[in-house]
Write a protein that binds this ligand. Structure first.
Ligand code: SAM
Length: 367
């Protein structure tokens, strides 16, 4: 059964006041800007725990935590797992107990025993050599910190590294975009040349002012194809998977963000795949290489947690199609509620493909 609800665009156009304290992100497909819409769509359902199976930046997990839910975040990238540990594990007082500027200063202090994997393997690829040495030095220093401090530093450093990359990605060996003497936007050039530590201090301030309301959650780092091994029992599963684009081209997050995983496991920097110019250090298999594989994964999620609600984020032009997703829920006997945020600009241009949907499926036995 399908019930359609249109949540018209006000929540998308309004300033994001409720979630202003949440850290911003430069992550492809982040739902950070859509949190008011997701919140409105989810708030009237009855659930107390959530699994965010493809958690990315954990922005949505942080929102659910804010709503008082117990949140389990999962992502197959090590860096995203670390982000989940930081944002779901922090409390106002645990963060207040950390002197973030002093922590950052120590993390960049000269370490005579520093290794040089980044300098040796990635010279000329992503960052200039002085910054490659800084990354090596930073990683060597991480051993001196407690696990909680090291995770916070990794989270901050990863965000700083993203900010200093053209397109905020690691999918091309394109350092020359930074170094070549060509006209470029002043904003980009300034952000790229700003030191890691300066970006980290700014984000550290943001983290210090975040209230981290809600219960402490947990983060996992598993491939969603292996959910049988995931020992959690959530009331709602939030799914924001890597849809293929309208031409059936898959989006491989591991090729976009692989380099950040080296902050979590330094030895990965020696394992770059030389077959590709950008030497990815952490390519992962995914069922989302084909629309059929993605649908099979959704089906296995419903089989694994048959009593949980499924909330599926969907952008109007992805593959598999929204009709195919709804057909799976419908076939499994779920009652479907569809919430749609129509971006005002796109609505005016009549591009109705550019909607953001949240489909909430409720198992019949809960209705
Ligand atoms: C669209 S993004 C999620 C964005 C997230 N909702 C946010 O607001 O930041 C999809 C995420 O799925 C993760 N991912 C892709 N394939 C995966 C898999 N097979 N298992 C677990 N995570 C996967 C990617 O690393 C990426 O972070």
């Amino acid at each position: 059964m399908i019930q359609r609800e249109l949540d018209f665009p006000d929540v998308v156009r309004l300033p994001d006041e409720a979630f202003a304290e949440f850290p911003t992100t430069r992550y492809q497909g982040s739902k950070r800007k859509l949190l008011p819409f997701l919140y409105e769509a989810c708030k009237s359902y009855d659930f107390s725990s959530v699994l965010d199976l493809y958690s990315g930046t954990s922005s949505v997990g942080l929102m659910f935590r804010h709503m008082g839910k117990i949140v389990y975040a999962n992502d197959y990238m090590l860096y995203n797992w670390t982000t989940g540990k930081v944002l779901l594990g922090a409390t106002k007082s645990s963060i207040a107990g950390i002197d973030i500027p002093a922590l950052i200063e120590r993390a960049f202090s000269k370490n005579p025993q520093s290794n040089s994997l980044v300098y040796e393997n990635f010279s000329g690829i992503y960052f200039p050599d002085d910054e490659n040495h800084q990354i090596d030095n930073f990683c060597s220093n991480l051993l001196q910190f407690s696990p909680v401090e090291a995770d916070l530093l990794i989270y901050l450093m990863g965000q700083a590294m993203l900010m200093k990359r053209p397109y905020n990605l690691f999918h091309r060996a394109n350092l020359e975009m930074r170094t070549k003497d060509v006209p470029r936007s002043f904003g980009n050039a300034k952000t790229w040349e700003t030191p890691f530590s300066t970006h980290m201090l700014k984000l550290g301030q943001k983290i210090s002012s975040c209230s981290f309301t809600g219960p402490i959650g947990e983060a996992y780092c598993m491939n969603a194809s292996e959910i049988d091994g995931m020992n959690v029992d959530p009331d709602l599963i939030y799914l924001d998977p890597p849809y293929l684009n309208r031409n059936n081209i898959p989006v491989d997050y591991s090729t976009f963000y692989h380099f950040l995983d080296g902050l979590v496991d330094y030895s990965l920097f020696s394992q770059g795949n030389a077959k590709y110019p950008h030497r990815p250090i952490a390519l992962k298999p995914s069922r989302w290489r084909t629309p059929g594989g993605g649908l099979a994964e959704i089906r296995s999620v419903l089989d694994r947690w048959p009593t949980a609600r499924a909330a599926i984020s969907y952008r109007g032009d992805g593959r598999p199609s929204v009709e195919e997703l709804k057909a799976i829920l419908d076939g499994a006997g779920y009652v479907i509620n569809e919430h749609t945020a129509v971006d005002y600009k796109y609505a005016l241009s009549k591009n109705f493909d550019a909607t953001e949907d949240l489909i909430i499926g409720t198992p019949a036995r809960l209705t």
